[in-house]
Ligand binder design. Structure first.
Ligand code: ARG
Length: 400
């Protein structure tokens, strides 16, 4: 009988490198790897490594455009920030990786998909649930969840099997894509200790940021960022460019005690320079263009949306419904926002929208005021009616 083929999601790190051999041994399978670039990945180098370790084939995909267009920007429009802190970079990447895994598994005739996630994180849930949603017939194998080795035992296995170990040996576990960098483990596990400078890679410490502020104008159309300082850019370039300038100004560091889906609280540190700036700018434009009720409702949806993404439910009818609502809210979210980036903070200092709801005539205290001040008397008489009634009958106006 021909050997079974397993498709392995391969990052080139120690875990997935060891997975190649472990799958060959335990499952007596042909292992094909797939490496996905969602930003900051050297595909060719990782491909060579997979082949060197013994993969029968090593596939790659540049997913950067799909990622920004179909995952990052919809989440930006939704205002999706988990627990008001985390712009969800890792969480948004996982369903797309799962989608590519399923496509590749079909192409190479694999009956199972394997990945290097551990058994206590969110990522295993996101990948397993996403693969299940797209291809319920495919088996999912998570060797790291099964083998139960500590780091020393894993390195021991790697050495025994001639797997080259890259001695970069960071104290931290990191994951990165265009939307951000996630950093965990090492001394970050002590919630009292300040993240050390070498945990960060994309953002300057305040001491190294420019003395002068950087101003930037970001234009949006229907909720989508289109240009920076008047220069139209492809979405991937726009995000990359913004990561650069905002990171230089020390913007985007996040230190979060996070509620994982698997019931653990964990200390997570993130860098998301473009994420922080774009969310702030987008929100500012919505403040100009959505009615109060729309804005209030959208806030609730944002929370639901971020939980849905965080919890691995991307490929669901629920997400499509939320997306439809969000898309509808963006009809007039067109205009420009001016931000000032300086010493780690990003401040919105200006906004304009051709179909904005802000009316200077109504808002002004100067000449040209068209607001009918006298009409407020009648409004207040009725608005305050139940309050007066309650005081008269129950004496509840002031605490006794
Ligand atoms: N806690 C974050 C999340 O659940 C980041 C996970 C980072 N993954 C990693 N392998 N370091 O989205």
């Amino acid at each position: 009988m021909a050997k079974e083929t397993i498709l392995l999601a391969f990052s080139g790190g120690l875990d997935t490198s060891v997975c190649v051999k472990w799958l060959q041994e335990k499952h007596d399978a042909r292992v094909v790897t797939l490496t996905v670039d969602l930003g900051m990945v050297d595909l060719e180098e990782i491909r060579q490594r997979a082949l060197q370790i013994g993969a029968v084939d090593a596939l790659t995909v540049d997913g950067r455009e799909d990622f920004v267009r179909d995952y990052v920007f919809p989440a930006l429009k939704a205002g999706a920030i988990y627990e008001e802190q985390y712009p969800l970079a890792t969480a948004l990447g996982r369903p797309l990786i799962a989608k590519y895994l399923v496509e590749a598994a079909r192409r190479v005739g694999a009956g199972a998909i394997a990945h290097g996630c551990t058994g206590k994180g969110n990522d295993q849930v996101r990948i397993d649930v996403s693969v299940g949603a797209l291809a319920p017939d495919l088996k999912v194998i998570a060797p790291v969840r099964e083998w139960g080795w500590n780091r020393e035992e894993e390195i021991e296995y790697a050495k025994r099997n001639g797997i080259p170990i890259q001695e970069r040996n960071s104290r931290f576990s990191t994951d990165e894509n265009l939307w951000g960098r996630s950093i965990e483990a090492g001394e970050l596990e002590d919630p009292w200790s300040e993240p050390p400078e070498d945990a960060f890679a994309w953002t300057n410490p305040i001491s190294k940021t420019p003395e002068e502020p950087t101003y930037l104008e970001i234009a949006f159309e229907r909720g989508l960022p289109l240009s920076l300082d008047g220069e139209e850019m492809r979405s991937v370039d726009l995000v990359e460019h913004l990561n650069g300038i905002a990171g230089q100004n020390g913007i985007g560091r996040i230190d979060h005690i996070e509620n994982r889906l698997v019931g653990i609280k964990s200390r997570e540190v993130y860098e998301s320079p473009a994420g922080v700036v774009l969310h702030a700018a987008h929100k500012a434009l919505e403040a100009m263009t959505l009615s109060k009720d729309q804005a209030r409702m959208k806030q609730r949806v944002a929370q639901e949306y971020s939980d849905m993404v965080y919890n691995g439910l991307w490929f669901t009818a629920h997400r499509r419904d939320l997306d439809a609502y969000v898309e509808s809210t963006q009809r007039h979210v067109t205009g420009s926002v001016r931000v000032r980036m300086h010493k780690g903070s990003c401040t919105v200092v200006g906004r304009r929208a051709p179909r904005g709801l802000y009316s200077h005539q109504l808002a002004t205290y100067d000449r040209g005021d068209t607001f009918d001040h006298r009409a407020s008397e009648g409004f207040i008489a009725i608005y305050g009616l139940p309050v007066r009634t309650q005081t008269r009958t129950q004496g509840e106006g002031e605490e006794a």
